[in-house]
Write a protein that binds this ligand. Structure first.
Ligand SMILES: [Zn+2]
Length: 203
C-alpha cells in the first residue's frame, strides 16, 4: 500500500452536494463542501492533486496525454495512476480507471465509498461511470474538459439522481497547473514534437 503523510480524513459528510456549475467562472476558486473545515480540506486537496499532477507529467513524458489520478482512502493514498492509453493500446486505460482498479486491489473491495478520487482533468463519461460504479464518495478535479467532461461540462453524472449513486464534486484544485500541463503538451503536439493521436480532450 502506498502511504502518504497522514492527512485529515477527507470523507463526504452530511453537507450539501455542491453543484459546481453554479459557481461563476470568474470566481473559480476550489470549492469545498464543508466550509467549517475549508482550510484543512483545501490544503489536503492541493497535496493530493500535486501527486496526481506528478503522475500526469510522467505520463506526458512517456507520450501520453498528461492526465493523472490519485485515490485517497481515509487520508492515505492507495493508488496513483497516469494515463496509459497509448502504451497499452487500451481505450479504457484512462488514469481514473487504472487508479480505481488499483485501489480496489489494495483495499480488497470494489466498494470505494470512503475514497476521494483526485484527477487532473474532469473525467469523461466512461470514468464517471466507473467512479459511480465504485461508489466513490468524492471527486476532486483540477480543470474542466469542455469537450468530454461528464462531471459538470457535458454531463452532470456525479449528481444525476437517475443513477444509483451520487458523489460530492469539487473542481478547480490546482487548476492552472493542470491546464498548463495540458496546453504545453498540446502545443508540442502541434509543433510536431510528438506523435500521439489525441481525441476527446480539450487542448
Ligand atoms: Zn476517462
Amino acid at each position: 500500500m502506498l502511504h502518504g503523510p497522514r492527512r485529515p480524513t477527507i470523507a463526504p459528510d452530511s453537507g450539501t452536494l455542491r453543484d459546481a456549475r453554479r459557481r461563476p467562472a470568474s470566481t473559480r476558486a476550489p470549492a469545498t463542501h464543508n466550509p467549517t473545515n475549508a482550510m484543512a480540506i483545501e490544503t489536503s486537496d492541493d497535496f493530493f492533486m500535486d501527486l496526481a499532477l506528478q503522475a500526469a507529467a510522467e505520463a506526458g513524458r512517456l507520450g501520453e496525454v498528461p492526465i493523472g489520478a490519485v485515490l485517497v482512502h481515509e487520508g492515505e493514498v492507495v493508488a496513483i495512476a497516469g494515463n496509459r492509453r497509448e502504451r497499452d493500446h487500451d481505450p479504457t486505460a484512462h488514469a481514473e480507471v487504472l487508479a480505481l482498479r488499483q485501489a480496489g486491489r489494495v483495499l480488497g473491495t470494489w466498494r470505494l465509498t470512503e475514497c476521494t478520487l483526485y484527477v487532473t482533468l474532469e473525467p469523461c463519461p466512461m470514468c464517471m461511470g466507473a467512479t459511480i460504479n465504485g461508489r466513490v464518495g468524492r471527486l476532486v478535479f483540477a480543470c474542466r474538459d469542455s469537450k468530454a467532461g461528464a462531471a459538470v461540462s457535458r454531463y452532470d453524472m456525479g449528481t444525476d439522481d437517475r443513477l444509483n449513486h451520487r458523489l460530492v464534486v469539487t473542481e478547480g484544485v490546482r487548476e492552472q497547473a493542470a491546464s498548463h500541463l495540458l496546453s504545453t503538451f498540446f502545443a508540442s503536439l502541434r509543433a510536431g514534437d510528438r506523435q500521439v493521436v489525441v481525441d476527446g480532450v480539450a487542448p
